[in-house]
Design a protein around this ligand. Structure first.
Ligand code: ZN
Ligand code: ZN
Length: 207
């Protein structure tokens, strides 16, 4: 983990087990989807899109999400729930609730489970891209083939002549740089400013 293309652990909306299913997998799976719209009026409700491009609604049976105003069920101002459009929602053990009568299926987060839902502060596409990079690094670490190198110029520790000649980004703890110049370039020109918080969130959710 996190191998976001693995449908067992990261199913798309259509691959989710139905809420009515008598037996659910024991091992935790995660639905990841990008927030498109916060439709909250009373019950927190989001329109999200999964990696296959399907849009669906996610509702929270209680207002107990850590990003939610605890009074939001009685005192909601649109957009004040802490859910930001364009960010990515991570829902552990999500199930698909079919509503019949030609109504679209939804994902309902049951009361007591909202606190497990996480938000990665970035678009789904970025989350998938960073997830693939992190998974690749973990695989290399497992096989002992990882070569630490500067994320910008590619200089390795051996090139630097001594161990720990590279310093890691204090934000995500993953990106390494040979110099202050490379770090600044990585942050400003090569997009680490946006990637850093996404990497940090992914590593916190799947340590
Ligand atoms: Zn460098
Ligand atoms: Zn970073």
């Amino acid at each position: 983990m996190p191998i976001f293309t693995d449908p067992t652990h990261f199913p798309s909306f259509n691959e989710l087990p139905p809420t009515s299913s008598p037996t659910l997998p024991q091992e935790t799976w995660y639905l990841i989807a990008q927030i498109r719209e916060d439709m909250t009026i009373t019950k927190p409700t989001l329109i999200v899109r999964d990696r296959t491009g399907i849009d669906f609604a996610v509702t929270f049976d209680d207002g107990d999400h850590r990003g939610l105003n605890p009074n939001s069920t009685t005192n909601t101002t649109k957009g004040k729930t802490g859910f930001r459009k364009g960010h990515t929602l991570v829902i552990p053990r999500a199930t698909r609730t079919d509503r019949g009568d030609g109504k679209k299926a939804v994902v309902r987060v049951p009361a007591g489970s909202a606190a497990d839902v996480r938000i990665v502060p970035g678009a789904l596409e970025r989350v998938l891209e960073m997830g693939a990079i992190i998974a690749g690094i973990r695989e290399q670490e497992k096989q002992g083939t990882r070569v630490k190198k500067c994320a910008v110029c590619g200089k390795t520790e051996e090139d630097g002549g001594k161990e720990d000649s590279l310093s890691r980004c204090t934000g995500c703890g993953l990106a390494a740089y040979c110099s202050k110049e490379c770090q600044v370039r990585g942050w400003n020109e090569l997009g680490h400013k946006a990637n850093c918080k996404v990497i940090k969130a992914i590593r916190e959710i799947w340590p």
